[in-house]
Design a protein around this ligand. Sequence first.
Ligand code: IVH
Length: 717
Amino acid sequence: MTPAERIAELRRLIRYHEERYYVLNDPEIADAEFDALMQELERLEADSPDLVTTDSPTQRVSGRPAAGFDTVEHAEPMLSLDNAYSEEELRAFDDRVRRGVAAAGETVEEIDYVAELKIDGLSVALTYENGTLVRGATRGDGVRGEEVTSNVRTIRAIPLKLRIPTSSGASPSGSPGEPEGFAPQKIEIRGEVYFPRRAFERINKEREESGEPLFANPRNTAAGTMRSLDPALVAKRGLSAWMYQLVGGPEGPPLQGPALQPEIVVTTHSDVEADLQVGLQTHAETLETLKAWGLPVEPHWRRCRGVDALVAFCREWEEKRRTVGFDTDGVVVKLDRVDLRATLGTTSKFPRWAIAFKFPAEQKTTLLKSIEVNVGRTGAVTPFAMLEPVFIAGSTVSMATLHNSDDIARKDIREGDWVIVEKAGDVIPRVVGPVSSRRSPDSRPWQMPAECPRCGSRLHRAEDEAVWRCENTSCPAKLQRGLEHFASRGAMNIEGLGESLIAQVTGAGLVKDYADVYALTAETLEQLERMGKKSAAKVMLQIERSRTNELWRLIYGLGIRHVGERASQVLARAFGSMEALCAATTEQLEETPEIGPVLAESVRSWLDEPRNRGLIGRLREAGVNMEIPPDERAAAAVERRLKGKTYVITGTLASMTREEATAALERLGAKVAGSVSKKSTGVIVGGDAGTKAEKARTLGVPVLDEAGFLDLVKPES
Ligand code: IVH
């Protein structure tokens, strides 16, 4: 066998086993055997770099962290679903469907539906060209989403190549017994990316161990992960996906082969018509086809004839929802016959042929033992409930959020009450309210403490806010929480410097701000209780290592309000150094893509605080890295060379569409506006331009013709 043949074989085998493991949850070989296949492929590819292709399983994580995402327009809008919250609403939906079908002159006794689990994740659109994954995009606003291809590629359930021969005759990837047919030239497949519950629990366990705040729920974490700029981090998190929809691309696929019948060929590209293009007449056939192509399809879907069968499915899964390895918040009901879908059509927001039946939130009654308050990193003092442990929605709950003191007063929740606890879409349980009939006669309304439980300072509350805050800048609770965040895995990643050690070093007065961490020595640490020589040395090594962290970790670690992991990455890339960030005006901050006015203001006011400037100075003196590497800096400068500039495009361009021109400008950091004003940097005028060009001239705004525009956006050499 030649290396090329072995490489092809290994790729087929690896994809086959990836599918067994990540899609079918039914592995055939041990992890070590799988790793051996992967290592062999890596070795062969290293020997023959010219044989490496982007759809090789070794290339799932490729590319470096990006400066930001491009936005892309969906082949057609990604619609949302109307909701049904009760059996009645589900029956009303069926009535509407039957009336619609009857109005179109069809006589159907009972409608055939497909019921699928509603996956609680985020929707994605995958584009395959000639069977190869070329693009992954988030839903965004439904019309335009973010291009997250590098992140999508790391999801092992998603094939980089579909299991069908391409019309160009390129070799197929997949196991024996694959369906015959030809991959459409261009096809879009939609579905949901989600966090498997086990992967989510694993990550939260790791976070707990390193003293980091836990992620609230799998859905938000999946969404946050997909928007991370670092594909290597996404790969580590272990996301997965289920696909459920087929949308055609602009080029009608010339299809052949028994599995895909070519009789019905249409030229437009709504999803309904795309299904027809590939000869699929029912949704059930679509799901079977996606599965046959090697895509992950959630296996519990069922064809249901008539609404009674649907109701039964929904009831059944309301009970069984915890038996699957991902969060499901309902059942999606879809009309099975594709031609009838076309008859019913869509509203501007929803298809009329589908509905989401939402499971009710799970509730339990338990005893509220006490109401405690917690002082957060920003000084916010928030109440929470200590409960008699109760098993609810898959886990035992002994604590629940209580929102804020106003909410407690409004609902009149008291210590010693029996309360209703709920776990809704969020995994975080909350107290819904008291069961007043079971209240003890000597209970008293709860009162928010007037003083900080940690330092005793009087609590304050801003006029327009519901939260009480401790404004003592040296409150030990704030310092402690702040340090926990600073040292956490997502920020400076100082392993070993967790909750208890932080309590010790702050308690002993060794650390009074973040910079003091770098003044710690092995000798001082060894003096602390439960600290051996070995552990002290380990922590010191971690502290030492953290000095060379990427800049964004430091920015994130500072704990500036509203500045999360992602905003920190964006700021680091946009400004390149802490010095430049400190010098940035609010306007410059706001001009940074993805940084809005609230965030810009928050960063600026944090930096204006002399104490904080002092802290940065001391961190710098301690040798903490405050810059991004020079090559990234150069790349960022090129990418953002039109930062702060605003252009207007009018008329038709000969070289590209309006969307492409917009994307080209946005990629370089410019904004594209719809109308001309004095503030516009320039107006790009194509053929048949209207009044905007004239307005630009009247206002004295520079006008660029197409050649000028191309010159502006051409890559710098
Ligand atoms: S079909 C035009 N099927 O739920 C209809 N959506 O609340 C497209 N979702 O935006 C959606 N599981 O992100 C469909 N089995 C499923 C789903 C599902 C989850 C999501 C999807 C959609 C949202 C609407």
